[in-house]
Design a protein around this ligand. Structure first.
Ligand code: HEC
Ligand code: HEC
Length: 329
């Protein structure tokens, strides 16, 4: 009997240990990068800028930012040169959005365009490692081929910035769990149908990442039922903001907003620049990309508005600018 118990124990240890080893060695699901050289046409450079600096706000995560300027403005000479996420926002480890400029040593200068496309839509770095899904590749997997080519063409045109940064170091067990996140995009992704306003709005909202910031979050995933209902907290330095409820609930969301009011809200920030941005204080602190989004086209803002009216209303009253938290020690 004793022997039997012992053997069972050994077996369990072997299975658990083996599973663990397997996870340690396992790479993410991945396909070879596409063999493609993106041609930088004038249309692509223009569309790429629109996506990189505005709609997809790649620049917002991949550039140094100044927390003391309204909206944590991007430091203009560092656009695309990477960003180390502040510790206090509660990420599981050190998370660094790498330098995307074409510098060969510290940026993507040595990457092929296929490798860049794979990282953006499939979440696999050049060396085959799974990217932490704060990089929104799950949403970007829906980015059309033409849009991702445009982003790559634009990234390739950025002035190279030499800026060495450390690498992302995730805590256990997140470092193992994220290996399941990447998924190859095997078929070509057609352009969004602009004549179908709701579908087009959904595409924009997906690429714009609204849901991630405007829903409650637990362990990196959206809490079901909280979609677009706001209330997610963001703490940077000594400032704290909560995302607004942008679901169509009439009392606590934007259900009573007209399309005009929605568009004017964004346009209200269209003259904010790094130079003239007001100083951050607890009552204006925000991570909402107002300055980047203020440049979205009327057509895009209308489609976003139309789509947001169709999501489930969430009743959740949010105090967006609560009193400041105690300074971090
Ligand atoms: C919400 C923040 C966020 C946004 C928005 C974002 N990224 Fe990232 N990105 C990251 C982080 C964080 C990483 C690093 C993840 C890691 O190291 O595991 C990353 C990694 C990458 C990588 C891989 C680089 C490498 O060296 O492995 C590429 C390429 C990239 N992003 C491009 C883009 C592009 C292009 C966009 C816009 C279309 C974009 N990112 C938008 C946060 C973001
Ligand atoms: C990086 C996080 C982040 C992203 C991405 C984001 N938001 Fe926000 N948003 C916020 C925060 C925080 C607030 C509350 C503070 C403020 O109003 O500036 C906010 C406020 C708003 C408001 C104002 C609502 C009100 O009641 O005043 C609207 C409208 C809005 N967001 C729409 C959007 C849309 C549409 C998208 C996607 C295209 C989006 N947001 C993406 C963080 C984000």
């Amino acid at each position: 009997m004793k022997k039997f118990v012992l053997w069972t124990l050994y077996a369990v240890i072997a299975i658990v240990g083996g599973g663990f080893l397997f996870l340690l060695m396992k790479g993410p699901a991945k396909a070879a990068p596409g063999n493609i050289k993106v041609e930088a046409t004038a249309e692509r450079l223009q569309r790429g800028k629109y996506l990189f600096e505005h709609l997809a706000d790649c620049a917002g995560c991949h550039s140094p930012r100044n927390v003391e300027k309204f909206g944590m403005m991007i430091v203009p000479e560092g656009v695309g040169s990477g960003f180390e996420f502040p510790k206090e926002i509660g990420l599981p480890g050190t998370v660094i959005a790498p330098n995307l400029t074409p510098d060969p040593e510290t940026g993507l200068g040595k990457w092929t365009d296929g490798e860049k496309i794979r990282a953006i839509r499939e979440g696999v770095s050049r060396d085959g490692r799974a990217l932490f899904p704060l990089m929104p590749y799950q949403a970007f997997s829906r980015m059309s081929d033409e849009d991702v080519y445009s982003v790559v063409a634009y990234m390739n045109s950025l002035p190279p910035v030499k800026r060495p940064l450390a690498r992302t170091e995730l805590d256990f067990p997140v470092n193992l769990m994220i290996k399941f996140a990447p998924q190859p995009v095997s078929a070509s992704v057609g352009p969004p149908d602009r004549t179908n306003r709701l579908k087009y709005g959904e595409y924009l909202v997906t690429i714009g990442g609204c849901i991630g910031c405007h829903s409650k979050e637990e362990k990196g995933t959206v809490v079901p039922g909280s979609e677009y209902g706001g209330g997610r907290e963001f703490n940077v330095s000594t400032y704290l903001v909560r995302s607004a409820n942008i679901s169509p609930d009439e009392e606590t969301g934007i259900g009573k907003w007209s399309e005009d009011r929605f568009i004017s809200k964004f346009r209200g920030y269209s003259n904010v620049t790094y130079e003239n941005a007001s100083r951050t204080n607890q009552s204006n602190f925000t991570l909402m990309p107002w300055a980047p989004f203020s440049q979205l086209t009327d057509d895009d803002l209308r489609a976003i508005y139309a789509y947001l009216r169709t999501v489930k209303p969430v009743q959740n009253s949010v105090d967006v600018h609560p009193p400041a938290p105690q300074p971090q020690t």
